[in-house]
Every structure is written in structure tokens, then in C-alpha cells.
Design a protein around this ligand. Structure first.
Ligand SMILES: [Zn+2]
Length: 243
């Protein structure tokens, strides 16, 4: 079992409709928000945890590949070449497939986005990129509104993401096929939603992935593959000890 190298898929996540990924509600501050977004404890900048991206991608790919069982539990199986188990990992005591191949970094606010906000308003800080969203549930008989609120990152905000694939020389599915699952996973997240309240307008995002000629959407990269039947057009910045 030999590590051939790392292939890092990099790009931008653009928030299309407000994103809510919950933070720590146990710290009660006077005047604090009810359902805050997760933030870096020092800089107070909101970020998108790698675990959120990983969890959403995994669950959507499990649905797409028909790996969901009636109990709704996280998928696990004994199929040696199962892409879900190889890419995202399984429980301990399973050695045959090797380590899980994917690493999801936390996605942080993009420098370009911060500079653009500063250009518009000198006093802007990263704390300013959230809004308070109010919603009501209505009692069906009395028509009385029962309000609730939560914090969400405003539309237009941009984060940089990176997903790292460990290229290990034991795979019985090709590297290109594994990478295609990742791109398909990103496309599924675009069609679905990230974070909370996805069925109520929140969490629509777009991905721009670095390619050898600039950047592309997940759909663009997959279309390219169908049309040209070549390798996936992804730019890999850290191909250091690839063979
Ligand atoms: Zn499996």
C-alpha cells in the first residue's frame, strides 16, 4: 500500500441564498443571537466546516448510488470496491480498502471577497456578512404566528474550499473515477442545499472549480468529460510526488 500523491481540488463556494450552519448556542451573550452561525473563535469570521461539506456530499452520493437502507443509517458494506466506503471511510477494523481517501478542509472566507467588501465600505468587517432571518409557523386554527429566528451568511459571500484525494496504489477503481464522484457530489450539493433550512430557501450554493484553463462549474467539468472523453479537467496545485 503506497501513497502515490495528493490531488487537491480547489475552488470557490459562492453563497446564492443565505447559508445557516449552526454554531455554539451554549454561550449565552447579552444581546446575542438565538441560533448563530459557526465562526472562528478569534477572528469571528464565519466559515463552512469541512464536516458539513463531507457529510452533505456523502449523504447525497449515497442516495444517488442507491446505498440507503430503510433504517436511514450511514451506509456501510462489505463490497471491496464500494466508492462510498473507499472515499469517505468506514468504521474501524476494515483494512482491505485502506484509509478513507478524501480530506475536506474547512472553507474560509475568500480574500477577494473580503477586499471587495472593504472597497465598498471601509468600515466593513467579516462580522457584517450575516443577517437575521425570521420565520413564522402559523397555527392553523387561530392563525397566530409563532416566530423563530436564526442567523445566516448573506447571499453573495464567497469561501475558498479544498478537497484532498489521497492517491493510493491499491485502488480497484481508477483515480479519475474517484475524482468524478467528488465532482458529481459537488454538483448534487448545488442541486440540493448546504446547511440548515434547505427546504425553506436557505443553503443554495455554487461551486467554481479550478481547471487547467481557469475555472468551471461541476456540470461544466462533467459535460467536458462526456464530450471530449478525456481526463477530468481539474487543476491540481500540489501534485508533488505523483507517478
Ligand atoms: Zn460501501
Amino acid at each position: 500500500m503506497k501513497l502515490k500523491g495528493y490531488k487537491t481540488i480547489e475552488g470557490i463556494i459562492k453563497i446564492i441564498t443565505g447559508l445557516h450552519i449552526g454554531g455554539n448556542t451554549s454561550i449565552i451573550e447579552i444581546g446575542g443571537r438565538d441560533n448563530p452561525v459557526i465562526r472562528h473563535p478569534v477572528t469571528k469570521e464565519p466559515y463552512i466546516p469541512g464536516s458539513s461539506l463531507k457529510g452533505k456530499m456523502r449523504s447525497l452520493l449515497e442516495w444517488k448510488l442507491d446505498k440507503i437502507t430503510s433504517d436511514g443509517d450511514v451506509h456501510k458494506c462489505n463490497v471491496l470496491a464500494c466508492p462510498i466506503c473507499i472515499l469517505f471511510g468506514t468504521s474501524a477494523d476494515e483494512y482491505e480498502r485502506g484509509p478513507s481517501r478524501l480530506i475536506f478542509r474547512d472553507a474560509v472566507l475568500s480574500k477577494e471577497y473580503k477586499y471587495a467588501c472593504k472597497d465598498r465600505d471601509f468600515n466593513w468587517t467579516p462580522i457584517d456578512i450575516t443577517e437575521e432571518k425570521y420565520e413564522n409557523s402559523i397555527n392553523r386554527i387561530t392563525a397566530r404566528a409563532n416566530p423563530r429566528n436564526f442567523e445566516r451568511i448573506v447571499s453573495g459571500a464567497m469561501f475558498t474550499f479544498s478537497i484532498i484525494y489521497r492517491d493510493i496504489d491499491m485502488d480497484n477503481i481508477g483515480t479519475q473515477d474517484f475524482l468524478r464522484y467528488v465532482i458529481e457530489g459537488l454538483e448534487l450539493i448545488e442541486k440540493d442545499a448546504l446547511g440548515g433550512a434547505g427546504s425553506r430557501g436557505c443553503g443554495q450554493v455554487e461551486f467554481r472549480i479550478k481547471t487547467n484553463n481557469g475555472e468551471s462549474s461541476p456540470q461544466g467539468i462533467l459535460n467536458d468529460l462526456i464530450t471530449n472523453k478525456t481526463k477530468l479537467d481539474i487543476y491540481f496545485p500540489t501534485e508533488k510526488f505523483d507517478v
